[in-house]
Ligand binder design. Structure first.
Ligand SMILES: [Zn+2]
Length: 352
């Protein structure tokens, strides 16, 4: 959120869209366009891999990205084939072109098992009308009947529209596994909370960390509760797995999926912890009285949100409330309309 963090950027300018730029020996930065509120690009990585290339993350399904990849293949592969596609996680901006790329190159798809499965499930989970269980979740969160009626008619196939068919086969990787890319050892480091089993890759020789969305330089990754798992506590998972990065060397070069490559991983990890601790404290304080999720958006975000941002914001506010519940600092009740109300446990008259 705020930019007071002392990350250092070794590259003052972003790579041009679709033009690979070498950031470390054999590691090329490929920037692709993205059309999401607040984000206009995604960083993908092209790694020299012996006689071929490994692509890490692929971009959302779009003709423009397809064409930009073809431009990369025509000009920058030095006659070598793409021999592996690796995705950090299932979100469409990362896994969206994996189906097409693995088919085009007839190469294997690598990811953690849960990210691959999540992508496969999300792809199949589509309906012409928004399903009742989905609407019921948003009723509990406190959406008005008008907003729910709009949602009911809007259909439900956003994921499938944003991806080429998710590869039907996977070579799955596990946390801690060492994989060989281009003669270098890369360790898989799993982070949770932003997605189920997000894989980062750390190169032991060059101290390069491909961080995906897990650790970003300017924004905090979205950590939300979704209708498919209403009782989840992803923020605690995120905070717990940030520790998986603590042992990395101080000179680690972080390659994030959004923003610029940066140094100073550890101050950034400290900032992320501090940021969430502050947000949690603010929320706890705000919930002196029984409070609806929607009412917390004004203290969580302190600015007007457009409808897309408000949905993301709601899911983010919920993840903070659930983290506080997990820590015993907030208690949830349901009012007579079936809407969730949250109240700080220390403020309740019946609290011990
Ligand atoms: Zn993501």
């Amino acid at each position: 959120m705020s930019a007071e963090i002392e990350v250092e950027y070794p590259f003052s300018e972003a790579a041009e869209l679709g033009i690979p730029q070498e950031v470390a020996p054999g590691i090329f930065w490929v920037r692709m366009p993205l059309e999401l509120t607040g984000l206009n690009h995604i960083n993908l990585w092209l790694l020299r891999d012996g006689p071929g290339w490994t692509i890490v993350d692929t971009g959302m399904k779009s003709e423009r990205i397809h064409d930009l990849w073809e431009g990369v293949f025509a000009k920058y592969l030095a006659g070598r084939a793409v021999t592996r596609v690796f995705c950090t996680h299932f979100h469409p901006d990362h896994m969206g072109q994996a189906g097409w790329l693995t088919q085009r190159w007839n190469c294997p798809f690598w990811a953690t098992h849960r990210e691959w499965l999540q992508g496969r499930v999300a792809e199949l989970d589509q309906h012409d009308k928004t399903p009742d269980w989905f609407l019921q979740f948003f009723h509990k969160v406190g959406l008005s009947d008008d907003a729910l009626a709009l949602m009911a008619d809007s259909g439900y196939s956003h994921f499938r529209d944003a991806v080429t068919p998710i590869p039907p086969q996977v070579r799955s990787v596990r946390d801690g596994e060492m994989i060989r890319i281009g003669g270098d050892d890369w360790r898989v480091i799993v982070g949770r909370g932003h997605s189920p089993e997000h894989a980062c890759l750390f190169n032991h020789k060059t101290h390069v960390l491909i961080a995906g969305d897990q650790i970003l330089p300017k924004i905090t990754p979205h950590i939300g509760i979704h209708a498919s798992e209403p009782e989840a506590n992803p923020l605690q998972l995120y905070l717990d797995t940030l520790a998986n990065f603590d042992h990395l060397p101080a000179d680690t070069l972080v390659l994030p999926a959004h923003g610029l490559p940066f140094y100073n991983l550890h101050p950034r990890l400290d900032f992320l912890r501090r940021h969430h601790a502050e947000r949690l404290a603010v929320l706890e304080e705000f919930c002196a009285e029984p409070t609806r999720v929607l009412s917390t958006l004004k203290v969580m975000f302190r600015r007007q949100l457009n409808p897309f941002e408000a949905l993301l914001g709601m899911s983010e506010a919920l993840s903070h409330l659930h983290c506080l519940m997990g820590q015993g600092r907030i208690i949830r009740d349901t009012n007579e309309d079936g809407v969730w109300l949250y109240q700080a446990s220390g403020r309740r008259a019946d609290a011990a």
